[in-house]
Design a protein around this ligand. Structure first.
Ligand code: NAD
Length: 240
């Protein structure tokens, strides 16, 4: 057990409001690859190019295949203990909410209730043109939208080149700025505008990641390790 986890436990016990921000590194131990770590997807494809809003107009098949593959992968993925620890800390009143860049829905599956999905999610669908909802089957079958007849069904996930959902963004900032602690877990903090969030926090900032690198200078506390192990240790430290 790292002393730094014990230090984090103490901070949480004495805090008035703790907010969590997660990224793809939170889900890798549930077998969902991230983008930028050594075994990530980045080397295999460039998500910024594939999952880009321009493809709706230029190459719909590519974007359809990208999300269909993501949905297939997700079918066999379950939350790990780290997701369950965050849900349990929320139930105990020790954290107020989880903001996530992940589109997997694993925080909700683990039982977290206050979740801000900054990049939307991959499990619900709408038409990119008329905005009407659509079903998973309609999306997978590459149907045209039954309301406007366009071939433009897509998940409710934010694509590169699109703005974040405004209400989710402003609720997240409000929580971040009114919390004593912001705990950032498993993100390279490369994707804008989420990358700005730690800099907007007014309380203490904590970074849990398997590679800390230059972030050691930007956070009040950094814990190098796997999200699952660090959160399991935190659960033990908090004795709940
Ligand atoms: P990223 O891939 O850029 O960074 C992930 C970070 O997590 C890396 O620094 C990596 O070293 C670290 N990491 C990997 N496994 C870890 C573990 N077990 N414990 C601790 N740290 C670990 O991901 P990002 O910053 O979230 O940005 C990627 C973008 O891609 C986001 O917009 C996100 O929406 C999307 N994405 C989502 C998923 C998902 O929903 N699970 C998966 C891939 C990408």
């Amino acid at each position: 057990m790292q002393n730094k986890v014990i230090e984090l436990g103490g901070l949480i016990e004495n805090a008035n409001g703790v907010m969590v921000l997660t990224g793809a590194g939170m889900d890798t131990e549930s077998n969902i690859p991230d983008f930028r770590s050594k075994d990530g997807l980045w080397g295999k494809l460039d998500p910024g190019t594939v999952a880009n809003i321009n493809n709706f107009y230029e190459n719909y098949s590519l974007i359809h295949e990208f999300f269909s593959n993501g949905l297939k992968l997700l079918k066999d993925c379950k939350p790990h203990n780290g997701h369950y620890v965050l849900a349990e800390l929320e139930k105990e009143g020790l954290i107020s909410a989880v903001a996530t860049q992940n589109i997997s829905g694993l925080h909700a599956l683990a039982g977290s209730n206050n979740i801000y999905e900054l990049h939307g999610n991959i499990q619900t669908f709408h038409c990119n043109y008329c905005g009407q909802p659509a079903s998973l089957t309609e999306f997978l079958q590459k149907n045209n939208c039954k309301h406007c007849s366009r071939m433009a069904l897509r998940p409710d996930a934010v694509l590169f080149g699109e703005a974040l959902p405004e209400d989710v963004w402003s609720k997240t900032l409000d929580k971040v700025q009114n919390s004593d602690i912001l705990i950032v877990i498993g993100t390279s903090l490369e994707v804008y505008p989420v990358s700005m969030i730690p800099g907007l926090a007014r309380g203490k900032t904590v970074y849990i990641n398997d590679e800390i690198g230059r972030w050691v200078y930007e956070f009040d506390l950094t814990i190098e390790g796997k999200a699952k192990q660090v959160l399991e240790d935190l659960y033990t430290v908090l004795g709940i």
